[in-house]
Design a protein around this ligand. Sequence first.
Ligand code: PLP
Length: 411
Amino acid sequence: MFKINDNFCRLPESYLFSEVARRINAFREAHPEADVIRMGIGDVTLPLCPAAIEAMHKAVDDEGNPATFHGYGPEQGYPFLRDAIALHDYKERGIDIDASEIFVSDGAKSDTGNFGDILSADATVAVTDPVYPVYVDTNVMAGRAGENTSGGWSRIVYLPVCAENDFEPALPTDGTVPDLIYLCYPNNPTGTTLTRSQLKKWVDFALAHGSLILFDSAYETFIREEDVPHSIYEIEGARRCAVEFRSFSKTAGFTGVRCGYTVVPKDLKGVDSEGKEVSLNHLWNRRQCTKFNGASYISQRGAAAIFTPEGRRQVRQAVDYYLENARVLREGLLEAGLQVFGGVNAPYVWIKAPAGMSSWEFFDMLLEKCNVAGTPGSGFGPAGEGYFRLTAFNTLENTIEAVRRIKEARF
Ligand code: PLP
């Protein structure tokens, strides 16, 4: 009988969202009259902006005409999109990134998950805790995680972020040097950010110790505060130690359309088993050309349209809508006497469960007392225990109503 990859069997079943759904359904069955407001939504809810829709309609027409038909495109993405990204997301912000360093893809989940393909199977990995689960699970699949113990995976270095350290992950001080460091800012699930000087500490650490930072900035468009870097390449030296992942999903509502990109600077070098320097840009290009046939022409035309003046205005409007929800949530919950984090440069609000309650106890209580459903923080990692995530992706009306109910419940 053929053998499978054992690493896949090590992964525990993904239990968080199915358990959330099970508890909400059980509550609804028991209380059919209750109007449950779902504040756990991790997907955008507003439709795509008109500029993207128009561009994609036109792209469909292109595909129906022999003169403008596009079959396989470049694996790295069409120049019209790579150039627009290089100009608007980087050069206009004074950041030196060339179009040849940008690889367009079908989204940041695939890229953050696939990037490990070109890195050593025994590289050590550090993640902030709580964390977007893809980073951990894909390293389990690759055999880098070790054994699953009660405190997490034995070969993964967890960098706790919590109220006590003001959500700033501490640099390892015990001599541990992770080869790969995943940082996600603005952060999912906590909604918190790092300032330039805080991020610089990580860049300096990576440069000093030869680590690679895998920087996920899927929520970059939500940044409104001056001191929050939009890209890790704003930090000096990051071109030599960091890859950056971006997504049009939360930026422009592309969760269903699928488009994102990864930046792999040409200065970024790893070493092979003989100690010889190898360009990551070259390896990633090789990997993509072998395993990926490019994002669809239609998606890429849609993505390019969000860089036009009207596209940018429209996208800003949608993101402002979510940020207003986040503000209503954050301020309302603070008024309700809860400890609240994030929600300023991100669509996520991270709440400390009151009175020493566990994440799941608070989930049940919020559901029963307020008919509001969110996501227990413990589902995102050991240090998420005792916290709770609410998202800004519901409507403003529902967000206001959820806050009203929570205030009335007086936790
Ligand atoms: N990175 C983070 C931190 C996310 O929260 C998400 C989606 O929720 C993604 C990546 C996935 O992005 P995409 O839709 O581009 O695959």
